[in-house]
Design a protein around this ligand. Structure first.
Ligand code: NAD
Length: 492
């Protein structure tokens, strides 16, 4: 594995562009090591990228869908062949365990394949012939799409936008997060090389680049994954030109453990613990608060700690026994530390979880030992805010009405999970306000790329994955030829 810093470029109209300014991305395990440098694009370069996408759309929109699938399949093959190189780079720049990074490459490929296999049924026009005449309904591309993605799953959350957009005939300008810009850029290069110039463009930078991407009048749709606060600025920036939008935002997902959950079910506890601390807790769709029925609360906490101490192993992402690596960046470390300290100052008890496999790394890297917060108040920030890190509060509840209310009073509604006897858990799940509710499992174990994924309330607008994910990159156009062409109800 090479550890020399790499240099990546932006891609505008098929050209790899070197910029005047670049920024370093450090390795969260060894922050003094630079993994690579990414460009800082100017606003003018961002406009050039949007113009390139706008101009290439005129032809790409009318390209044959078989040609688009063929090109995407070639890109998929290149990514597949480079899985190890991409996963190593991702693990080094992000901090996630190597097995997790490899899983992310696999997840990206899975949806790209799915999109290739289903795009034809999505874009094939529907023809309705009846006594009123003939109607053709077409599913056309939207235009230039601005894709803006976060750092926690940079590959999966970018390819989930690129594949459906390009396959349905759109063009795109993508901006990844500065906290994990490298592996996703490699993947973008591989895809862009297989498509005509201007179909996929890549720019880097912060808010000013983001503002251009979300306000430029040539952009027809925004596909954004990130925080709810950022989404509010994006909605404002886009309102002037009424852009289409898919927003995949933050969450404060709850796990509800019913009185009939078997606290001796070791496999279930393993699933819960692993999903809570996967990617060091930096996943939108994992439990950020656990409510447990008071009758089993003490026994549950004891068994949870036991399971966590067995399955959580913190250390170097390239150590194959490690399940939890460092947190991605310093700000995130501070954010989690502040939430835990606030709860502690109000009387909560903080329990450290898991084994430390590489103690020599803990002080220098962005490591946080996973923690459990017990005895927090129902409305403490550590409970109601998105921690997005390796800590989780456990709170007792007395009856179903109370826990459903606690769940639904959140401004968020991304995913949730209910644990207990299956039919009972389904009854509770039906009353929960969320985009996805998993029964007796959570997080990526409950994710299926064939099902639509997204949030209700302030967790988002629209859905990704599944056929809805493809459809969201199309506009419906009705071409109607009624038999009776005269205007009705109007006297001659
Ligand atoms: P973020 O909102 O800070 O940044 C996301 C992206 O937006 C980055 O590329 C950033 O550079 C860009 N950006 C920042 N300001 C902008 C502006 N004014 N205009 C346009 N773009 C701008 O989020 P983050 O910290 O990178 O990611 C963590 C958040 O993402 C969490 O809230 C998490 O829940 C959420 N997330 C949601 C999902 C989902 O599917 N719902 C998945 C993953 C992450």
């Amino acid at each position: 594995m090479t550890t020399e810093p790499i240099m990546i470029h932006s891609i505008i109209n098929g050209e790899k562009i070197k910029t005047e300014k670049t920024f370093p991305r450090e390795n969260p395990t060894h922050p003094d090591q630079i993994v690579g440098y990414a460009p800082i694009n100017t606003r003018e370069e961002t406009i050039q990228a949007i113009d390139a996408a706008y101009n290439s759309f005129k032809q790409w929109a009318w390209s044959d869908v078989d040609e688009r699938i063929e090109r995407m399949q070639r890109a998929i093959q290149k990514i597949k062949d480079s899985t190890k190189e991409i996963a190593e780079l991702l693990s080094r720049e992000h901090g996630k365990a190597y097995y997790d990074a490899e899983g992310e490459v696999g997840l990206s490929l899975m949806y790209m394949e799915y999109a290739c296999n289903h795009v034809k049924e999505i874009v094939t026009p529907e023809v309705i012939e009846n006594e009123n005449g003939r109607t053709i309904i077409t599913f056309d591309p939207v235009g230039v799409v601005s894709a803006i993605t976060p750092w926690n799953y940079p590959l999966a959350l970018s390819t989930i936008k690129i594949a459906p957009a390009l396959l349905t005939g759109n063009t795109m300008v993508l901006k990844p997060s500065p906290f994990a810009p490298l592996a996703v850029s490699r993947v973008c290069e591989m895809i862009a090389d297989e498509f005509p110039p201007g179909v996929l463009n890549l720019v880097h930078g912060e808010a000013d680049v983001g503002v251009e991407l979300t306000s430029n009048e040539k952009v027809a749709k925004i596909a954004f994954t990130g925080g709810t606060k950022t989404a509010k600025s994006i909605m404002k920036a886009a309102s002037e030109t009424i852009k289409k939008m898919t927003l995949e935002l933050g969450g404060n997902d709850a796990a509800i453990v019913l009185e009939d959950f078997d606290v001796n079910d070791e496999r279930a506890l393993r699933r819960m613990v692993i999903s809570n601390f996967l990617t060091a807790g930096q996943i939108c769709m994992i439990a950020k608060r656990i409510y447990v029925h008071r009758s089993i609360y003490d026994a549950f906490v004891e068994k949870y700690i036991e399971a966590a101490n067995k399955w959580i192993r913190v250390g170097d992402p390239f150590n194959p026994d490690v399940t939890v690596g460092p947190v991605n960046n310093k700000n995130q470390v501070k954010h989690v530390q502040n939430l835990v300290a606030d709860a502690e100052s109000k009387g909560a008890k903080v329990v450290k979880l898991g084994q430390i496999l590489n103690p020599e790394l803990m002080d220098n890297g962005y490591f946080l030992q996973p923690t459990l917060v017990l005895g927090a108040n129902y409305h403490d920030p550590v409970v109601v805010e998105e921690q997005f890190g390796p800590t989780v509060p456990i709170l007792p509840f007395d009856d179903e009405e109370q826990v459903i209310e606690l769940h639904n009073e959140s401004i968020y509604g991304l995913t949730s999970s209910v644990w207990g006897e299956e039919e009972h858990a389904i009854r509770v799940a039906r009353r929960i306000e969320a985009g996805t509710t998993m029964i007796n499992t959570a997080a990526v174990q409950g994710l299926d790329i064939r099902f639509p994924f997204g949030g209700v309330k302030q967790s988002g607008v629209g859905r990704e994955y599944g056929k809805e994910g493809l459809k969201s990159y199309t506009e419906t156009h009705v071409i109607n030829m009624p038999k009776n062409k005269e205007l009705p109800y109007i006297p001659e």
